[in-house]
Design a protein around this ligand. Structure first.
Ligand SMILES: Cc1cc2nc3c(=O)[nH]c(=O)nc-3n(C[C@H](O)[C@H](O)[C@H](O)COP(=O)(O)OP(=O)(O)OC[C@H]3O[C@@H](n4cnc5c(N)ncnc54)[C@H](O)[C@@H]3O)c2cc1C
Length: 452
């Protein structure tokens, strides 16, 4: 890939692993173990200055640069080819500082979301995190970011107040509403095509505790539960956000007894209001008589683990889509597809609408998500053959929902390579392309969903 002089320059800039090095295999392994990413080199910078040095050196050596915090979205990145790419693993950039007076957290580029949740909680504050504690907070925020506070408070990306990033020239700049405004607009929802985010500032909000929990039904109740939930969800008040999953729980020790080895329907949700109001809002779901109902007031930080997402590396394949509506025929189609694809672990529906569906003044490239529901389905694939088989099953399930798909996608949930235009409206895409052409004309940066 490079000359001896270029290799020496990279090694002088930061910790680097080349394919011939012993440490290469460990360094290149992403969170998603189903992905065999083989870049030209892997760098593990310790701070923003090292990131800047390695960006300049990689450019001089003719390599492109792919920032990667955890590799939750490694499948989409690797699908574009990594032969000429230096993978910038950012896990050493880990840290959170909370300013409780301004209610802002400064989060380093490779920090897992749970660190931000816990640092904020120490001050009675909360952040708009996702369902997985170990997703990179910056990766989540650049993609959009939604979970159980979403219908009240919108996408995570709208709560970003500034980013510090290393540009394609190897400069460290700060982008905000008043500085490098084009870049600030583009990174909020536009992803990692514009630079390496070494730190980000995000707004927090007061929330020491919250009414949240799970409801569980046996899979034999799926049709009734899904039909009722799908009728209720679009008009529910913004204060409540829920997700519903069809789940085939493996018989493994790490899961709660009530779930182990069973086929279930699992709902999780949060209500940003009083306990009395929560009881009112949850009544139509309780009328479905769940066998387990854990909804109660809990410390807000507990919501970060409510979804039971796996922590630590895992081999997974998935497919996703955005649904305009979920009438009874769509529920029936989903259940039929779920029965046809027995290898899948979960088929999940996230409730959109509320603040997640509204245009936000002053937002970036992705202000909101169209559609009423996001569909995400996933399987665990220990081997390459499993991955091929399960990818076909996951795509088959989403294809079965074709009559109700919006045609748009939430790129945060797109774990295979897609044409990134499906993530935006036409005006936003045109502007994203223009900002990319100005900020990175040589397309130095490689991203999971590149803006071309
Ligand atoms: C189990 C699981 C649960 C999830 N739950 C949710 C959820 O609840 N809500 C939600 O909205 N999304 C969710 N996602 C999607 C997730 O937010 C995206 O995959 C996100 O891109 C992951 O970021 P990462 O940094 O962890 O992954 P990575 O694969 O490391 O990064 C993905 C892309 O983000 C960019 N990027 C990451 N860090 C930087 C940086 N510091 N500077 C520049 N670019 C960067 C790069 O372009 C990179 O290719 C989930 C994904 C998984 C696998």
């Amino acid at each position: 890939m490079t000359t001896a002089a270029e290799r020496a320059a990279l090694a002088a800039a930061t910790t680097v692993h080349l394919p011939s090095d012993l440490g290469y295999d460990d360094a290149r392994t992403p969170w998603n173990l189903a992905v065999d990413q083989r870049p030209a080199a892997v760098a593990e910078p310790a701070d923003a200055a090292e990131v800047a040095a390695v960006v300049r050196t990689a450019r001089a050596a003719g390599l492109r640069v792919a920032p990667q915090s955890t590799g939750h979205s490694a499948a989409a990145l690797a699908a574009h080819g990594l032969d000429d790419v230096l993978l910038l693993r950012l896990h050493r950039l880990r840290g959170v500082e909370v300013d409780p007076v301004r209610r802002v957290a400064r989060v380093l580029g490779g920090t897992p979301a749970i660190d931000v949740v816990e640092a904020a909680a120490a001050h009675g504050l909360a952040v708009l995190h996702g369902s997985a504690p170990d997703v990179g907070f910056v990766g989540l925020a650049l993609a959009g970011g939604l979970f159980l506070y979403g219908r009240k408070r919108g996408l995570t990306t709208n709560s970003v107040v500034a980013v510090e990033l290393v540009t394609a020239d190897g400069e460290i700049v700060r982008a905000s509403a008043t500085e490098h405004r084009d870049l600030f607009w583009a990174v909020r929802g536009g992803g990692g095509s514009f630079g390496v985010v070494t730190a980000l500032e995000v707004s927090l909000f007061p929330l020491p505790d919250v009414h949240a929990g799970l409801m569980i039904w046996d899979a034999s109740r799926a049709r009734d539960v899904l039909r009722t939930w799908a009728r209720w969800a679009p008009d529910a008040p913004d204060e409540i956000t829920t997700t519903v999953r069809l789940l085939r729980v493996p018989p493994i020790p790490d899961v709660p007894d009530v779930l182990r080895g069973r086929d279930v329907v699992l709902l999780d949700g949060a209500v940003l209001d009083s306990d009395e109001r929560a009881a009112e809002l949850l009544a139509p779901l309780r009328a479905l008589e769940p066998e387990l109902d854990t909804f109660a007031r809990v410390p807000a930080a507990a919501v970060a683990r409510l979804h039971l997402d796996p922590e630590g590396p895992s081999p997974s394949v998935s497919a996703s889509g955005s649904l305009a509506a979920l009438p009874e025929a769509a529920v029936d189609a989903l259940l039929a597809a779920w029965d046809r694809e027995p290898g899948l672990l979960a088929a999940e529906l996230r409730q959109l609408g509320g603040a997640l569906g509204r245009v936000v003044e002053g937002a970036g490239a992705l202000s909101h998500l169209p559609g009423q529901f996001l569909l995400f389905t996933v399987g665990i694939a220990p081997s390459h053959d499993d991955a091929v088989r399960l990818r076909a099953q996951a795509e088959g399930l989403v294809t079965a929902m074709a009559p109700w798909l919006t045609g748009r996608q939430y790129l945060g949930f797109a774990e295979s390579a897609v044409d990134a235009r499906v993530g935006y409206d036409a005006d936003a895409w045109a502007l994203l392309s223009a900002v990319r052409a100005a900020a990175d004309p040589d397309r130095l940066f490689a991203a999971n969903h590149p803006v071309r």
